[in-house]
Design a protein around this ligand. Structure first.
Ligand SMILES: NC(=O)C1=CN([C@@H]2O[C@H](COP(=O)(O)OP(=O)(O)OC[C@H]3O[C@@H](n4cnc5c(N)ncnc54)[C@H](OP(=O)(O)O)[C@@H]3O)[C@@H](O)[C@H]2O)C=CC1
Ligand SMILES: O=C(O)C1=N[C@H](C(=O)O)C[C@H](O)C1
Length: 273
C-alpha cells in the first residue's frame, strides 16, 4: 500500500455492504482502511472492524461518531439509508471530505438535495457500483433505441434478498430511466409500478416494474423487450456483494483525485456517452 493511497472511512461498517467494503479495501493495494463508523450509541462501537467483517483484527476500532474520526480519512464510503447519507454529505461539505454514495431509495427531493453539494464536494453517487451493471446500462441504451419505438413492450424485473427496504431497487429505476431517456419518455409519465385486479391491458409506451423479495438473493435485474413472436431479455445477476464493494473502492480512489462535482460509475469507468 502506498502512503499516498486515499484513507477510506466506511460508514455503516457493520451492515451487509459495510462488512464487504472492509474486505474490499483490505484487498486493494491502493487504498487504506482508516475508519469504520456505526450508528450513534451502537453496542458495536469500539469493536475491531476486521472482526466485524470476519477477517480477524485489523487494528481499526469502530466509532459511533464521524466527528471523532474526522482527521483520519480522505474519502467516506456510505451505504446506509437516505437521511443518514444526506447528513454525512453535509458533514463532508463542512469538513472538505470526498464521498462515494451507494445508498438507494432516495426520494426525488432527496436526490435533488445531492446537487446542493456538488459545487463543494467531489462525490460519486450510483445505485449500483458493479462494472457489469454499468456496462448493462450501455447495452440497454442501444436496445431501447433499436426496439422501443418498434412495438416492443418494455418491462423491468428485479429480485433481491428479504431484508431490502426499498422497491423497486435503485438499479431497476436507473435501468428504467436509461431506457425511457433513450426513447424520449419519462418514468413519471410512463412508469407503471403496480398492477392488480382489473387493471386493463398494458399501453404501448408504458415501462413496467416488477419486484421480487426472497431469501438471500444478492441482486438480479432483467429488462425485457417483448413483441409478437420474440422476446429479448438483458439480465445482470450479482452473486456476491464483493462486485459492488470493489466498484465502490475503485470509485473512492478515483474521486480522491477529482474536483467537486456529482459523478456516477460511468464517469469512474470512463464509459459515458
Ligand atoms: N450502489 C450499490 O452498488 C449498492 C447499494 N446498496 C444499498 O446500500 C444500502 C445499504 O444496504 P445494506 O448494506 O444491505 O444494508 P444494511 O442494513 O445491512 O446496512 C446499513 C448499515 O447502516 C447502518 N447505519 C444506519 N444509520 C447509521 C448511522 N447514522 N451511522 C452509521 N451507520 C448507520 C446500519 O446500522 P444498524 O443495523 O445498527 O441500523 C447498518 O449497519 C441500501 O440502500 C442498499 O440498497 C446495496 C448494495 C449495492
Ligand atoms: O439492497 C441491495 O442489496 C442492493 N441494492 C442496490 C439497488 O437498490 O439497486 C444494488 C444491488 O442490486 C443490491
Amino acid at each position: 500500500m502506498s502512503p499516498t493511497s486515499p484513507r477510506i472511512a466506511i460508514v455503516g461498517v457493520a451492515g451487509r455492504m459495510g462488512r464487504t467494503l472492509v474486505a474490499a479495501v483490505e484487498q486493494d493495494a491502493q487504498a487504506r482502511l482508516a475508519a469504520g463508523i456505526v450508528e450513534p450509541g451502537s453496542s458495536l462501537a469500539g469493536a475491531d472492524v476486521g472482526e466485524l467483517a470476519g477477517l480477524g483484527k485489523l487494528g481499526v476500532a469502530a466509532s459511533d461518531s464521524l466527528e471523532a474520526v474526522v482527521d483520519n480519512f480522505d474519502v467516506l464510503i456510505d451505504f446506509t439509508a437516505p437521511q443518514v447519507t444526506l447528513a454525512n454529505l453535509a458533514f463532508c461539505a463542512e469538513h472538505g471530505k470526498r464521498i462515494v454514495i451507494g445508498t438507494t431509495g432516495l426520494s426525488g427531493d432527496e436526490l435533488a438535495q445531492l446537487d446542493d453539494y456538488k459545487a463543494q464536494v467531489p462525490m460519486v453517487f450510483a445505485p449500483n457500483m458493479s462494472v457489469g451493471v454499468n456496462l448493462t446500462l450501455k447495452l440497454l441504451q442501444t436496445a431501447a433505441k433499436a426496439l422501443g419505438d418498434e412495438g416492443y413492450d418494455i418491462e423491468v424485473i428485479e429480485a433481491h434478498h428479504r431484508h431490502k427496504v426499498d422497491a423497486p431497487s435503485g438499479t431497476a429505476l436507473k435501468m428504467g430511466e436509461v431506457v425511457a431517456e433513450s426513447l424520449g419518455r419519462t418514468l413519471k409519465e410512463h412508469g407503471v409500478f403496480a398492477r392488480e385486479g382489473q387493471c386493463g391491458p398494458r399501453s404501448d409506451n408504458e415501462i413496467g416494474f416488477a419486484t421480487v423479495r426472497a431469501g438471500d438473493i444478492v441482486g438480479e435485474h432483467t429488462v425485457m423487450f417483448a413483441t409478437e413472436g420474440e422476446r429479448i431479455e438483458i439480465t445482470h445477476k450479482a452473486s456476491s456483494r464483493m462486485t459492488f464493494a470493489k466498484g465502490a473502492v475503485r470509485a473512492a480512489r478515483w474521486v480522491a483525485e477529482r474536483s467537486p462535482g456529482r459523478y456516477d460509475m460511468q464517469d469512474v469507468l470512463d464509459i459515458k456517452g
